[in-house]
Structure formats: structure tokens, C-alpha cells
Design a protein around this ligand. Structure first.
Ligand code: GRG
Length: 359
């Protein structure tokens, strides 16, 4: 295709609209129905003064009513359950694995609530962020409560596996380190694409890896299989984070629940931006000037910055990197012998969905 035509098409519609890869996989819906009642049950035990904030965040009409689904995608719990099902169909083991999926979702949701405070993002999942609705102190407490309660989910009628608790704690430590590094990327136009990937590995990859490791561990997989599933989760997490970066720049606000060009408005140093800045183009120089500025960014300026990232190749490079990590994730999965074919197919379809998502 002629270069100019390609660039024009990229600007008009950088996110491909392949409906088949975008439909929510039935496995996500199934796991949502398994995990939400467990989360809901845990939340009913929270203090009256904190339950409304948690219910608001999860998109539940009330913390006292039984709820079938939450408004998050439940990606991490789906990974835990699908991984567990690769190794066992024993009902008690699956309950253990499902509860571990709920633990990972609690950690994830804690991190979203705190992330919105740190970034000053007013919207989450198309609704006011917890801090915006209830204030920053309430959001800090709500997040902390989810973080503190998550390990209890690993301790059901079965004894908590100390290794599982350790895995969760290690993932939280990487999450914190990744977030710290991410904050330091803001306003640093010299940060390299590799630095952005290292941040993504900690900030997002670690929890997806942990979701898979917990599923494998609690379903009785071998050490080697646990290691391979951990690497599968990490690689998928990298593809997933870059897809998230794409949505943060080019996503449709009606689908993402975030404002137009939201990551550029806060001058985030996400992968597509670092890739664009690293290109030797006039657009990169102009983008660097935009990043060096400190004033508030209006909608028109955000659109101009979006065009610059596109023209400097940020979108193309991000898509290539997603494809690379998606392939590496698939390779990791196919290196584990003897997995049930239908579970592997479900994980592969999830992998495809997460790399091509539009929300
Ligand atoms: C761990 C001590 C400690 C502090 C928290 C705030 C923080 C440190 C980390 C934030 C990390 C973060 C927000 C990473 C982004 C990960 C990501 C891609 C989120 C979007 O996930 P989705 O799309 O969200 O799965 P839904 O809404 O579907 O659940």
C-alpha cells in the first residue's frame, strides 16, 4: 500500500475492527459468573462504611444484593481458572483455583482504585472513579481494604498454601515497583521503548503471570509447567499492556470509559509514545516538545499529539510488539505437553481477544 494512504488510514481508524476477535469470549463470562459471587460474599463481610465504595467500583447496584457479574473484564481470574482447568477437574481443586482467581482480582481492583488517585483520572469503567465519587481518603481506604483482604481468599475450607500467598505478595511487590517506574516515565521524553517494556512487565505482566502460576500451582501442576505458565502470563501481560497503551491513545471513549487521548493528556510515557519519540522523524521532535511542556492539554492538542504519535510510527511499532509477545505467549503454552486440547484452545482464544481488544 502507498505510504501516504497507509498513514491516512491509520489516522482515521488505527484500531482494527474485526468483530470476531472482539466479542467477549464465553470463557470470560463463565468465569465472571464463578468468581463474582465469591467476591460479593467477601465484600458483604466488609464494614458498612466501606461496602458502598467497593460496590460502586465493581459496578454492583448494591453491596447487599446477590450479583451475577462485575463491570471489569475478569481477565486475571479467567487466566487462573483456565490454567487450573488445564491440570485438574477435581471439584475441590477447582474451588481453590477459583478463589485464587478472586484474590488476584481483588489485588487488580485495589491497584486500579489507587492508580486513579495517583493519576487524577476521574473516570473508570465509564463511571466516576472511586476517589472522584467519594474522595481520596475513602479511595485509599477502599483500595487498602481489597489489598489486605485478598490473601484471605486463598484460605478457604482448605488450608492456605504458603507458596500461593508468597506468589501473590511477590506480584504485589512487582506491581508497586512497576507503578513507581511508570510514574517516573512521565515527562521523560528520553525514556526508551525497552524501558517502557520493563515497566509493563512489572506493572501488568507480573500479575497476569501470578494469575497463571496460582492456577497451575493450586491444580497440582509440575514445577516445570508452573514455570512455563508463569512465562505465558508474563508475555501475554506485555501484549495486554501494549494493547492498553493503544487504547489509552486511540481508544474510543465510549468503549474505554476514558477521555479522548487520555494517556497523552497526562503525558504518559507509554510504549507507543516511547517508540514514536525514538523514531528519527520531524514528528518525534514535535512530540518531544509537546512532552517537555507542562501546561494542561485540551482535546484539540490531545488530537494533534495523537496524530504525531501515529505519524512517527508509534502505533505500527506497538502493533508489531503485541504480535511478537502474543506469539511468544503461544509458544510457551504449546511447550507444555499433555494439556487438554479444549482448555488450550480457550486460552489461545483469550490470548487473541486480549491482544485485539477495544475496551
Ligand atoms: C502494589 C503497593 C502497590 C501499589 C499499587 C497503583 C499501582 C501500585 C499499580 C497500578 C498498576 C496498573 C493500574 C497497571 C495497569 C494494568 C492494566 C492494563 C489495567 C487494565 O486492566 P483491565 O483492562 O481492567 O483488565 P478491567 O477494568 O477490565 O478490570
Amino acid at each position: 500500500m502507498h505510504a501516504e494512504t497507509a498513514a491516512t488510514q491509520d489516522l482515521r481508524n488505527p484500531i482494527p475492527q474485526d468483530a470476531a476477535s472482539r466479542a467477549t469470549p464465553p470463557e470470560i463470562e463463565r468465569v465472571n459468573r464463578m468468581v463474582t459471587p465469591i467476591l460479593h460474599q467477601a465484600v458483604t463481610r466488609f464494614d458498612d462504611r466501606l461496602r458502598p465504595m467497593v460496590a460502586h467500583h465493581f459496578g454492583w447496584p448494591s453491596s447487599d444484593l446477590p450479583t451475577a457479574t462485575t463491570s471489569g473484564k475478569m481477565v486475571r481470574a479467567t487466566l487462573t481458572v483456565l490454567t487450573g482447568e488445564c491440570f485438574t477437574s477435581d471439584a475441590e481443586a477447582i474451588s481453590r483455583v477459583t478463589a485464587a482467581g478472586a484474590a488476584v482480582e481483588m489485588i487488580h481492583n485495589f491497584s486500579l482504585i489507587h492508580d486513579d488517585v495517583m493519576d487524577g483520572d476521574k473516570e473508570r469503567r465509564g463511571r466516576p472513579a472511586v476517589w472522584h465519587e467519594y474522595g481520596i481518603p475513602a479511595a485509599i481506604l477502599t483500595g487498602d481494604l481489597l489489598l489486605a483482604q485478598a490473601p484471605l481468599m486463598l484460605d478457604g475450607p482448605w488450608a492456605a498454601d504458603p507458596r500461593a500467598t508468597r506468589l501473590l505478595a511477590e506480584a504485589v511487590a512487582r506491581l508497586a515497583a512497576g507503578q513507581m517506574a511508570d510514574l517516573s516515565l512521565e515527562g521523560r521524553p528520553e525514556a526508551s521503548p525497552d524501558e517502557a517494556l520493563a515497566v509493563a512487565a512489572d506493572k501488568t505482566g507480573a500479575l497476569l503471570a501470578c494469575a497463571c502460576e496460582l492456577g497451575a500451582l493450586l491444580a497440582g501442576a509440575s514445577e516445570e509447567a508452573i514455570r512455563r505458565f508463569s512465562r505465558f502470563g508474563l508475555r501475554l501481560g506485555l501484549a495486554f499492556q501494549i494493547a492498553d497503551d493503544i487504547l489509552g491513545i486511540w481508544g474510543d471513549p465510549r468503549r474505554t470509559g476514558k477521555p479522548v487521548g487520555s494517556d497523552l493528556r497526562s503525558r504518559k510515557g507509554s510504549f507507543p509514545v516511547t517508540a514514536a519519540l525514538a523514531s528519527d522523524t520531524p514528528e518525534a521532535a514535535e512530540l518531544a516538545r509537546f512532552y517537555a511542556d507542562e501546561g494542561p492539554v485540551g482535546e484539540d492538542e490531545a488530537r494533534r499529539a495523537t496524530d504525531l504519535v501515529t505519524r512517527a510510527g508509534g502505533w505500527t511499532r506497538a502493533v508489531r510488539e503485541i504480535e511478537r509477545f502474543e506469539m511468544l505467549a503461544r509458544q510457551e503454552l504449546s511447550s507444555v505437553p499433555g494439556l487438554p486440547v479444549d482448555r488450550v484452545a480457550a486460552l489461545l482464544s483469550l490470548t487473541n481477544y486480549l491482544s485485539n481488544r477495544n475496551h
